[in-house]
Design a protein. Structure first.
Length: 59
């Protein structure tokens, strides 16, 4: 399970395919490096349920 921005979808999928690896990922909006703390909290809050579901499914 990993979290990345939507900018990395194609790269992550290509890498997973090349490795023969089924991955669970949550993609959030891009970019994030210039976000305020409040904006990062909003992004995390929106992604939380997906992250939780991915972690539970991986058990």
């Amino acid at each position: 399970m990993f979290v990345a921005t939507v900018e990395f979808v194609s790269g992550a999928e290509a890498q997973a395919e090349a490795l023969g690896f089924e991955h669970t990922a949550v993609y959030v909006e891009h970019p994030i490096q210039d976000r305020t703390d409040a904006e990062m909290v909003e992004i995390a809050d929106r992604a939380f349920e997906q992250v939780k579901a991915g972690l539970v499914a991986a058990r």
